[in-house]
Structures are given as structure tokens and as C-alpha cells.
Design a protein around this ligand. Structure first.
Ligand SMILES: C[S@@+](CC[C@H](N)C(=O)[O-])C[C@H]1O[C@@H](n2cnc3c(N)ncnc32)[C@H](O)[C@@H]1O
Length: 245
């Protein structure tokens, strides 16, 4: 079996041992983990400060704690088809030095670290619990040597990335256009960025932590359309690949 196919199969079979990693990391039994995963989404929405943007900045840094691990884990386990399409997408583009910005529970960073096309992955996440958890997972999966964990892009001390993965993060930032400017600065002419966004709080405010302000969103699209050009891929329509314009 080809290495890429093996990685996808491992994700579909057991999400790269996600449940065992959670039980070890959170020191809980399977039955408690299942309850934790079931309640995750509501717990997270209830914690959120609403429309106050500076509080929203602190949300992922200070407030979420273990709740966000559970929320992301429940999502990755219940949406395996979608997540495996995003893994197929990064298999098509990822190479050499990879930045995973807002890497969450590490599915994409770990899969990239397993790829022979990737030299090193820099996992950047503002949330320390996420960084510690993915570090634990990397050790368990034997890919620690190919991963570095940082709180900010600056901490990576890398000035050019060949691939940037930023999935389901931009709608969580108070100024997503500014984040695109930063990505633009650290991409070379052949670098590829994989980005998606969901600037919507949901019909019933299921995602109170998403940015949906019209001006912020318009500024984002102005920056995207002036600084980047899309590179077509046939894999999934919600996540787009870009090079510098
Ligand atoms: C919805 S999760 C997405 C996780 C992962 N990319 C995925 O697709 O499963 C958003 C992630 O972005 C991180 N995040 C939010 N604001 C950030 C920031 N300013 N810098 C770095 N990470 C951030 C959060 O801690 C969280 O792990």
C-alpha cells in the first residue's frame, strides 16, 4: 500500500489513535471520555464571551482548557470523510517546511509529519493544552523528530515556509486579513497555502466564536484577492489552495 493511502487508512480507522491519546493525556476512562466528547460542543459554546473581540482573542489562549480538545476530537471523529478529504488535499501539496497555523488536536500536522515529502512541520497554536496534547501524540506515533511546537509564527524563527496549512482558523481571528498578510510575507514564489474559512455564527448561534462582521470579512476578501492566486485542485470545494500573486 502506498504511504499516503496507509496514512489515510490510519486516520479513517482510528483518527491516529485519538481516543487512546485523549484517555492517556486527560487521565480518564473510556466511558468518561465518551461523555466528555458527547457534551463537548455545548460546553464550548457556553464558555464563549459573545461579541466582545478582545475577549475572543483570549478565548483560545486562556478560557477553553480541555473543552476545546474534546470539541475538536468529537468533530474529527464524527466527520471523518470531510477531515480525510483535507488530508488528501495536503498530501497533494505539502512538501519540505510546513507551517500548521492553529493546528488544534494535530490531525493535519501529524499526517504531514508522517509524509516522506515533508522535511519538518511547525505546529503553531495559541492554546498550550493543544500544544502539549499534540506533543504527546507525536511521541506516541514516533514522529516527534519532525515536529516543533510554538505559540506564535515568530517563535518558529523560519522566514520561508513551502506549505502553510490554516484550516478552520481564520474565522476565529479578530483580523483575518492581517493573518493573510503575515502568511504572504513568509511564503516564497513556489509556496502553497491551504486555507478555508466559515465567517458565520450558525443559524442558531452554534458557533458564537466565529467572526461574521461584514467589514472584517470584506477586508479579508480584498486581501485574499489582491495578494493571492488560487491553484485549482479537484479534491474539495470548501478548502482552497493559493500561491502568491
Ligand atoms: C477550530 S480549531 C481548528 C483546528 C485545526 N486546524 C483543525 O482543522 O482541526 C481553531 C484552532 O486555532 C487556534 N487559534 C485560535 N487563535 C489563534 C491564534 N491567534 N494563533 C494561533 N492559533 C490560534 C485554536 O487554539 C484552535 O486550536
Amino acid at each position: 500500500m502506498k504511504k499516503d493511502d496507509f496514512i489515510l487508512k490510519e486516520f479513517i480507522d482510528n483518527a491516529f489513535d485519538l481516543k487512546s491519546h485523549l484517555m492517556e493525556f486527560l487521565l480518564i476512562e473510556e466511558v468518561d471520555l465518551d461523555r466528555f466528547l458527547e457534551n463537548a460542543k455545548m460546553d464550548l459554546a457556553n464558555l464563549h464571551p459573545g461579541n466582545n473581540l478582545s475577549a475572543a482573542e483570549d478565548f483560545y489562549k486562556e478560557i477553553v482548557g480541555d473543552k476545546h480538545l474534546a470539541d475538536l476530537a468529537a468533530w474529527h471523529i464524527s466527520s471523518k470523510d470531510y477531515i480525510s478529504d483535507t488530508l488528501k488535499l495536503q498530501q497533494r501539496f505539502s512538501r519540505n517546511l510546513v507551517l500548521d497555523f492553529g493546528g488544534g488536536i494535530g490531525t493535519h500536522a501529524l499526517a504531514n509529519a508522517m509524509s516522506p515529502n515533508v522535511e519538518h512541520v511547525f505546529f503553531v497554536d495559541i492554546n498550550q493544552t493543544n500544544r502539549n496534547f499534540v506533543e504527546h501524540r507525536a511521541k506516541k506515533l514516533g514522529v516527534s523528530d519532525k515536529l516543533t511546537f510554538c505559540k506564535t509564527i515568530k517563535e518558529t524563527k523560519i522566514s520561508r515556509f513551502d506549505t502553510i496549512v490554516c484550516l478552520d482558523v481564520l474565522e476565529h481571528l479578530s483580523d483575518p486579513a492581517f493573518q493573510l498578510d503575515i502568511f504572504h510575507e513568509i511564503m516564497g514564489p513556489n509556496s502553497i497555502g491551504l486555507f478555508n474559512w466559515y465567517f458565520y455564527k450558525g443559524e442558531k448561534n452554534e458557533y458564537p466564536f466565529h467572526i461574521d462582521d461584514e467589514q472584517i470579512v470584506e477586508k479579508f476578501f480584498n486581501t485574499l484577492q489582491s495578494k493571492f492566486i488560487e491553484v485549482f485542485h479537484p479534491i474539495l470545494i470548501t478548502t482552497r489552495s493559493y500561491k502568491k500573486n
